[in-house]
Ligand binder design. Structure first.
Ligand SMILES: Cc1cc2nc3c(=O)[nH]c(=O)nc-3n(C[C@H](O)[C@H](O)[C@H](O)COP(=O)(O)O)c2cc1C
Length: 311
């Protein structure tokens, strides 16, 4: 296990993931991140219908194999994010395609990694599970996760509430595997602090929204660039679970800010009962927006992150 993680680290330009983001991470972002030496990841549900997922997997594996020929040993592994929540009707078909295309890493969210881990381990892949409290970290560690993704305060999407400095030592008491830590990490200096705090890898979502290759609309990217940390609000209103969203997108949808502390929607990955506009028109981002000032190509962003990380 240690050697597998060391082998992954040796292929990276910075120890970081472009974390999976619902609707907006796709093959362009994954391929460019991996070519730049950052682990690229996307939720399998972003490819709709399932036939599109096979096209994406084919394209990612083909283009990364070609990049590896050109730049041996310097192309980062890639990761598929499988939502294991019971509302995800694509779980079975998507897992079958994962077993066919064998991503180096499978990230499980919103449920036990146990069944996925058993299958992914058969082809030699690793399973990392995202967790936002110690109880879930214990459960994932006991159910076959090779690595734990600790979602800390300030994260985009369904955030955690602990600081990395608090969460990492609590998990280190019982888990010896790799720790991937996310939450408002936007700069090379942030990555440096995260690694110093005991993480093996930084997990960055919001920073990668403001890239040319992200599938978000131009208006969404610009809102991330324009927003300050206070424009990101924590609310259970849309999914029933506290998540961070950009206030200007909520106001633009005509939703009354006073309603935001009450849950209205429920979390669901079933397209039929998905709350139509959540994620599509109500845009998520983390508190790391504060340090994002420009939309740029992934290669340029990673070069900048690397420079600050190494300095
Ligand atoms: C728009 C958006 C959508 C997200 N969707 C998912 C998702 O589908 N699956 C998942 O595991 N995490 C999802 N996340 C969480 C990210 O993978 C990651 O944990 C988070 O972005 C890290 O915090 P940061 O945004 O402050 O960098 C999402 C985050 C954002 C901003």
């Amino acid at each position: 296990m240690t050697t597998k993680i060391d082998a992954i680290k040796a292929r990276l330009s910075i120890p970081a993931f472009a974390a999976p983001m619902f609707l907006i991470s796709g093959p362009d972002l994954v391929i460019e991140a991996c070519k730049a030496g950052v682990i690229g990841a996307f939720p399998t549900l972003n490819a709709r219908p399932v036939e599109v997922l096979e096209e994406w997997f084919k394209r990612i594996t083909t283009e990364l194999a070609a990049a590896e020929q050109e730049n041996p040993g310097k192309v980062a592994p890639w990761a598929a994010n499988l939502i294991v929540h019971r509302s995800n009707k694509r779980y079975g078909p998507d897992l079958n395609l994962i077993l066919k295309y064998k991503p180096d890493i499978v990230i499980t969210s919103l449920g036990s990694p146990e069944k996925v881990a058993a299958r992914v381990h058969e082809y030699g892949g690793l399973v990392f599970s995202d967790v936002n409290n110690v109880e879930f970290a214990h459960k994932a560690a006991n159910r076959g996760a090779d690595g734990l993704i600790l979602i800390c305060e300030g994260a985009g999407g369904h955030t955690g509430s602990m600081s990395a400095d608090t969460f990492i030592p609590l998990v280190r008491k019982f888990f010896k595997g790799p720790l991937i830590v996310g939450g408002a990490i936007s700069t090379g200096t942030d990555i440096k602090h995260t690694i110093k705090a005991g993480a093996d890898f930084a997990y960055m979502g919001t920073r990668f929204i403001a890239t040319n290759e992200c599938q978000a609309s131009d208006a969404y990217k610009q809102m991330v660039v324009d927003a300050e940390a206070d424009d990101v609000v924590l609310t259970p209103y849309f999914t029933g679970i506290p998540a961070h969203f950009l206030m200007p997108s909520i106001l633009a949808a005509g939703i009354d800010a006073f309603d935001l502390d009450k849950p209205r929607g429920k979390i669901s990955f079933d397209e039929e009962d998905n709350m139509g506009s959540t994620w599509k028109d109500i845009w998520s981002a983390g508190k790391g927006v504060e340090d994002i000032h420009k939309v740029k190509p992934v290669a340029e962003l990673v070069a900048e992150l690397k420079q600050a990380y190494k300095s």
